[in-house]
Design a protein around this ligand. Structure first.
Ligand code: NAP
Ligand code: GCO
Length: 266
């Protein structure tokens, strides 16, 4: 390890899934800032065009690929295109994800399956596609974006919690199975982050007051604030870099202290 540049990603190729905006975009920006070449994907052409413009405005020459991460053939084609255009993938961030907030007894099996398909099956599919290249190269970094719901449950998010709990264990299993190939697989568990995914939980009420859930999270977070995607940038660079070569199977919670805190007295 070059101790002076242990956080450098110069010469590395990073794929960040679902990085058209939100947490994925911030992580891709951080990895680019550390020197990585960036590939990202999403499903929507409109999202793609806006994302490419946003990356260019930040001086990042990101390559975008329209790909549904639940579709194994699309993922295989995307990885093949990245490898021919940028080189073998050194860093994979499984970030793409959705949530459905529906009481479990009202949720259809199809809705449950859709969340698990994107949030758990897809990280398996994409990791399976990139690991052979990492083995050939003799190194690799896989970062799975987990959640508070990898540890905790709450009303209406049964599918999401099941998926993110499974993603925590998939992270540990990839770490176990591929550590011998100098591949490190870790998770980042963001707390409550202000992105489109959580916008419904922060909507102002008709009387202009804060959403009850917004107030709840402020009370459950020692930092007394929502996180921003930028709060995840440093942890992502750390887990993508040589500085974390002996960190494997770890979920790094970036939650402002939520998991450590019983919560403010009402
Ligand atoms: P977001 O704003 O909803 O962005 C999700 C991204 O994933 C979008 O770029 C979306 O683009 C893409 N995506 C969704 N399904 C996809 C699919 N099947 N194939 C390819 N791309 C897909 O979400 P976020 O808040 O940034 O969250 C990103 C990740 O962090 C998710 O895994 C989420 O579960 C996790 N997380 C979020 C929070 C939070 O508080 N925000 C906290 C903990 C964990 P398209 O729709 O165009 O495909
Ligand atoms: C919810 C939120 C959370 C966050 C995140 C917390 O409805 O509870 O969407 O699930 O997205 O996963 O870590």
């Amino acid at each position: 390890m070059d101790r002076k540049n242990m956080f450098s990603l110069e010469g590395k190729v990073a794929l960040v899934t679902g990085a058209a905006y939100g947490i994925g975009f911030a992580i891709a920006e951080a990895l680019a800032g550390a020197g990585a070449k960036i590939a990202f994907n999403c499903r929507g052409q409109e999202h793609m065009e806006k994302a490419l413009k946003a990356y260019q405005e930040k001086g990042i020459d990101a390559r975008g690929y329209l790909c549904d991460v639940t579709e194994e053939e699309q993922v295989a084609n995307m990885v093949s295109e990245i490898e021919s255009e940028l080189g073998t993938i050194d860093i994979l961030v499984n970030n793409a994800g959705i949530i459905k907030r529906i009481p479990m007894h009202e949720m259809s099996a199809a809705e449950f399956r859709q969340v698990v398909d994107i949030d758990l099956n897809a990280p398996f599919i994409v990791s399976k596609a990139v690991i052979p290249g990492m083995i050939r190269k003799g190194h690799g970094k896989i970062i799975n974006i987990c959640s508070m719901m990898s540890e905790l449950g709450r009303e209406t998010v049964s599918a999401y919690a099941a998926a993110k709990g499974g993603l925590k264990m998939l992270t540990k299993n990839i770490a176990s199975e591929y550590g011998a190939y100098n591949i490190q697989c870790n998770g980042i568990g963001p707390g409550y982050i202000a992105t489109p995914q959580t916008a419904p939980l922060r909507e102002l009420q008709a009387d202009g007051s804060r959403h009850p859930f917004d107030r709840f999270i402020i009370g459950k977070t020692p930092a007394a604030r929502w996180g921003n995607p930028e709060d995840l940038m440093g942890p992502a660079v750390f887990l993508a870099s040589d500085a974390s070569d002996f960190v494997n199977g770890h979920i790094l919670y970036v939650d402002g202290g939520i998991l450590a805190y019983i919560g403010k007295q009402p």
